[in-house]
Structures are given as structure tokens and as C-alpha cells.
Design a protein around this ligand. Structure first.
Ligand code: ADP
Ligand code: MG
Length: 589
């Protein structure tokens, strides 16, 4: 039997329930809509009460303008709004809401109590709604403002209820949502009570103070300020310095006219302002505010209004990127380190032949503390004959006074004083960065200098390693290795790059081949792989003690690299500890 098809318009109640699915998908989105309304109502103090991860109760109490009885009832209707009158108003929108569907949607899928008292009055209205149907309207007394309690969310939409995650998870979403508001509106006081316990009570503050409260004092003390303007577009806020890199994008906040937005392109613009050297898998923290003429933005592309369209997308991209770049340039660490710890390597007496005369501060050799000078005969490579770059320590006299104030910690770290506090440098990764950049330069620009071994080392390689060596030998030679074939699978290492410690060259070659093989999957680029393997295996290790001159040279060279913050594998090279942080630890105010 053919099924009879009839079309009918759905009842209003059902429409609201269906529509609710678009804006209200979890407790955090209820909270978002309620808090937005409070902010739009001009609230100065917003209290949020949550129970059971939000599915038992979400309550938002504000001291905003309040509503009249008629408005309170009308506000629960779909498409009821006080914020726009015509389409043109959307184009100049200054409020967070304007679609007039949030309260109707929330009311449709919960039991809601709305109490509201107009400013200046002591009595107002209470409306009780269940599944979108008004049950009762009453009078209520209290402070001016609006108090909306949403109970038993999704009680009448079992399918949606099933999609809710564990309470703890939903609560995390709520906290994440609240971060956006508390950061975007530091002048508003926010208080959160979860399961009868106060979680925070934020007083009106400056943006910086608020960031400290919300993201922690470590974040607060590692921020760089952004402040730029281009025509009517303003960009302001803070970015985290290199010490604050995160493994996720969670702490990237972008606000457009104080509305949190999700914009991959602009987030990328901010990240790219840090340069292409930022390690893979790490993300900067930022709290960026864009102020743009509302007419140049379309906020009506998504029901939750988290996504927007810009008329000047390309311009904005450049603005954000450049603002971040400019802010980073004010990061004092690099210029300060270069100033405080200038190159110390000035010849006291002219070095005797054949040691080349160092000609610039860009020395590439670390003077080893306990190096036996006679072990190595330093020879300039042909390419470097004119501007030799290899030196040994014994040819120079450096007085203690000339040395910067640095010391070694646990034979692992170099500690130095900077204006803002302390910098702690990991000696291994720092040296790795120096050698890596040098190797890359040797591949393309200049042949690396060699130090010839007094006692060449013979190494017998496995068939596989021999094959690898054949592949990368030209690159190793560019870095400064001198390796000769001896017959069969035996090779002789006659020279190694200048600046690395002499001794166990046979082991070094095997190590590099090992690492080259291990990195096969991570890096397809052969040069990249050779540079990393060489840098990692030749760099000084943790556990090696360094002389004062060696530490100074390491610092010099590190801060002459393109990216002194991260090693080629993405590990941080240095950590700064501010005086404020130390003061705090000592409970000094
Ligand atoms: P929208 O915010 O898009 O206008 P809503 O459904 O969220 O739509 O709210 C409907 C209307 O109810 C708002 O336009 C506003 O006039 C009123 N309203 C909602 N919440 C509050 C509040 N906390 N204080 C004062 N008025 C409110
Ligand atoms: Mg709203």
C-alpha cells in the first residue's frame, strides 16, 4: 500500500526544539549565550553557578539593565531581540547577540527560571518555563539585573543528552568558554561557583592583571605587548615569548570587537609572525584584540557567531603577522645578551703559523677547557683561506675581568644574568643549534673549516653504513670532514670539522650514520638529516664541564644564530626566569 504523503508545518514548540540543536549543543554553549546576554545588558558583575558539569544547573546572575515583564516574556520567543531592527543594524553590530534565538532555544530544551528586575526598581518578574512552554509568571524582589537558571538541560531531547560527555569533560568545556569572556572583558567582575565551591572571583582589572589571574603568573610575566594601528583597524593585546610555547593551540585567543573568533588564517598569521623557525608541534600563546569597523566584517555566517568573514582578509593577515613580529623584536633577550656578552676573542699575541688569524667575532670554534692543543693541528680549508675562521684557545689570553658573569650548573646548564632576571641555557642543545646552522650554511654558502687529525682514525663500516656514507660523503666533506676510502669497507677519518671536540672520531662517524638512519622517516630532506645528525652527535653533551671562555664563546655563537630559542628537534634551548618570579617565590611583594 502506498504511504500517503502529507506536508504540514511543524508546531512552534517542535521548531524551537530542532533549532536549539544548532546553537545549543552542550552546557558550555548555554553558558556562552547567557553570559553574552549579560554583557550586552551592560553587566559589571556576572556570577555563574554550575552543577553537575552543567547538565544539572547553569545559572547566570548579572547586574545589567534587566527587563520589563512584557520583555521578559517576549525574550523567550524565537526571533525576539532588542538588539537589531533591520538588516542594516547587523552591519553595524556592536553587541554580541542579535539573532534573538538563544533564550528560545535554551528554554525549549530545559527547565528555565528567568528572574529579572529593571535598574532602579526593587520588584520585577519571574518566568518559569518547561520545554519551551511558559508555566507561570510571577513577581519577584531583589537586586536589579537578570538571573537565569537553566536546569535539567536536554531533559526532553534524549538523543542530545546521550551525546553529553562525562561531567568533568563538560566542565572543562565550560571553563574554556569562560576563559574567553574573562579575558575579553577584564573590566567585568566574574565569579564562578561549581558544585557549591567557589572556583574564582575575578575583580575588575587591567588586561594584564586579568591574564595573570586566568592563565597564571608565569604566563603574565612572559608576555610581549602588541599595539598597532592601520587606518581604522586596531590591533592590541599580548603574545607569549619563546618561553611560553605550548603543545596545543588552547591558549590562543583572538577577539574581534571583543567577540571570541575562531579564525585559522589569522591564528596562523600570528604564529607565522614568530618566523618559520618555530618548532613543529609548538604553538605560541596569544591574546589578541582586533578592533574593526563592523561594516567590514560579516558576523552572521554561523549560528554561534564564532566564525566571521572579513572584507580585508589579506590586509588583516599582514597586520597581525607584522604586529607579532614587531612585538618580538622588543623581546630583550637577544639584543641584551649580545650587548652583555660581547665576543671576547681578541688575539693577545699574533697567532703563529699555520694557525689562521681570526678575523671576525663570528668564531665557530669553541675553546675547550681541557683540550690538548697539540692534539689538533688547525688548518684552514681552501675555501676559507682568505677569511679563516678557526682558532684555538691557547693562542689567546683572556682575563677573568673580560669574561661575562656566567657559570655552569650541574655540568649541563649555563646560567647567566640578564636585565630582567636569569637565563638558563642547555649547553647541549645550544651547541646543537650552532653546529646545525653552520652545517646548513656549509652546504650552500661556504665550505666548512677542518681540523686535521694528528692520528687519522681507521673505521670499518658495515655494508649498509658504507652505502649510507657514500650517499652523504659529499655533504660531510662540506661540513669539514676529511674522509678517505681505504679499500673494502674501510675508511680513514683524517679530519673533522673545526670547533668540535677532538677524540673518538671513529665513534663520531658511526654515531652520525646511526642517527642519519634513525631520522630517515622524520626528514626526507637529506641535507636536513645530515645537518641534524651531525649537530646532535657532535655537540657537547650534558656532563661535560666547560671553562669560562668556552661558555662565553657558546653564548656568543648561540646568539648569532637565526633561532637561539629552539634546537633543530624543537626542544627549547633556554629558559628565562624573571626577577618578579624570583621575588614571588620569596614572597616579596
Ligand atoms: P539576542 O541576544 O540575539 O538578542 P536572546 O534570545 O539571547 O537573543 O535574547 C533575547 C533578548 O532578551 C535580548 O535581545 C535582550 O533584550 C533580552 N535579554 C536576554 N538576556 C538578558 C539579560 N541578561 N539582561 C537583559 N536583557 C536580556
Ligand atoms: Mg543573546
Amino acid at each position: 500500500m502506498e504511504k500517503k504523503r502529507t506536508i504540514h508545518i511543524l508546531p512552534e514548540k517542535l521548531i524551537n526544539k530542532i533549532a536549539a540543536g544548532e546553537v545549543i549543543d552542550r552546557p558550555a554553549s548555554v553558558l556562552k549565550e547567557l553570559v553574552e546576554n549579560s554583557i550586552d545588558a551592560g553587566a559589571k558583575q556576572i556570577t555563574i553557578i554550575v552543577k553537575g558539569g552543567g547538565s544539572a544547573l547553569i545559572q547566570v546572575i548579572d547586574d545589567g539593565c534587566g527587563m520589563s515583564e512584557d520583555d521578559a516574556i517576549l525574550s523567550l520567543q524565537r526571533h525576539a531581540t532588542s538588539k537589531i531592527h533591520s538588516y542594516a543594524d547587523i552591519e553595524a553590530i556592536r553587541t554580541l547577540g542579535f539573532r534573538g534565538e538563544a533564550l528560545a532555544s535554551i528554554a525549549a530544551v530545559s527547565r528555565m527560571e528567568l528572574k529579572t528586575i529593571l535598574q532602579g526598581e526593587i520588584e520585577g518578574t519571574a518566568v518559569y518555563v518547561e520545554g519551551g512552554v511558559v508555566q507561570r509568571v510571577d513577581h519577584t524582589g531583589g537586586n536589579p539585573g537578570t538571573n537565569i537558571a537553566v536546569k535539567n538541560l536536554f531533559f526532553n531531547t534524549p538523543a542530545r543528552r546521550k551525546f553529553l560527555r562525562a561531567e568533568a569533560t563538560e566542565y572543562r568545556y565550560i571553563l574554556g568558554m569562560l576563559n574567553r569572556f574573562t579575558l575579553a572583558f577584564p573590566e567585568i567582575a566574574f565569579r564562578l561557583i561549581h558544585d557549591d565551591k567557589e572556583v574564582f572571583n575575578l575583580v575588575p582589572a587591567s588586561l594584564l592583571e586579568r591574564i595573570g589571574e586566568v592563565l597564571g603568573s608565569r604566563v603574565r610575566h612572559n608576555l610581549l605587548e602588541i599595539n598597532d594601528q592601520h587606518g581604522s583597524i586596531k590591533i592590541s593585546g599580548f603574545i607569549g615569548n619563546y618561553d611560553l610555547m605550548r603543545k596545543s593551540r588552547n591558549d590562543q585567543y583572538l577577539f574581534l570587537n571583543r567577540r571570541y573568533i575562531n579564525d585559522r588564517t589569522l591564528s596562523y598569521a600570528a604564529t607565522s609572525g614568530f618566523g618559520d623557525q618555530i618548532a613543529k608541534g609548538l604553538y605560541p600563546i596569544f591574546i589578541i584584540f582586533l578592533e574593526i569597523d563592523p561594516e567590514r566584517v560579516d558576523v552572521n555566517v554561523h549560528p554561534t557567531k564564532n566564525e566571521v568573514k572579513f572584507a580585508d582578509a589579506r590586509l588583516l593577515y599582514d597586520l597581525v603577522r607584522n604586529a607579532v613580529k614587531r612585538a618580538l623584536r622588543t623581546d630583550e633577550i637577544i639584543p641584551e645578551m649580545q650587548k652583555l656578552y660581547p665576543p671576547h676573542w681578541r688575539p693577545a699575541t699574533p697567532p703563529s703559523s699555520p694557525t689562521p688569524v681570526p678575523s671576525s667575532s663570528q668564531q665557530t670554534v669553541l675553546p675547550w677547557a681541557d683540550e690538548e692543543p697539540s692534539d689538533a693541528l688547525i688548518i684552514p680549508s681552501e675555501a676559507d683561506a682568505e677569511t679563516p675562521s678557526a682558532i684555538t684557545l691557547d693562542k689567546y689570553e683572556t682575563t677573568q675581568a673580560e669574561m661575562a658573569n656566567v657559570w655552569q650548573l650541574q655540568k649541563k646548564y649555563i646560567v647567566a644574568q640578564i636585565k630582567s632576571g636569569l637565563v638558563v641555557i642547555d649547553q647541549h642543545v645550544a651547541h646543537e643549534r650552532i653546529l646545525y646552522e653552520r652545517a646548513k650554511k656549509n652546504f650552500t654558502a661556504s665550505q666548512g673549516a677542518s681540523q686535521q687529525l694528528l692520528f687519522p682514525q681507521t673505521v670499518e663500516l658495515s655494508a649498509q653504513d658504507y652505502q649510507y656514507l657514500e650517499q652523504i660523503l659529499p655533504l660531510l666533506e662540506k661540513i669539514g670532514f676529511v674522509i678517505k676510502r681505504f679499500g673494502g669497507r674501510t675508511v680513514v677519518v683524517e679530519g673533522v670539522p673545526a670547533g668540535i671536540r677532538i677524540g673518538s672520531e671513529d665513534k663520531l662517524l658511526l654515531d652520525i650514520l646511526d642517527s642519519y638512519r634513525e631520522n630517515q622517516e622524520a626528514d626526507v630532506d637529506v641535507q636536513e638529516r645530515v645537518a641534524k645528525s651531525f649537530a646532535c652527535r657532535s655537540a657537547i653533551m650534558a656532563g661535560e664541564s666547560l671553562s669560562l671562555p668556552a661558555m662565553n664563546a657558546l653564548i656568543d655563537q648561540l646568539f648569532a644564530t637565526e633561532n637561539p630559542y629552539f634546537c633543530p628537534h624543537g626542544r627549547p634551548i633556554m629558559v628565562t626566569i624573571s626577577v618578579e618570579e624570583i621575588d614571588r617565590r620569596f614572597e616579596r611583594k
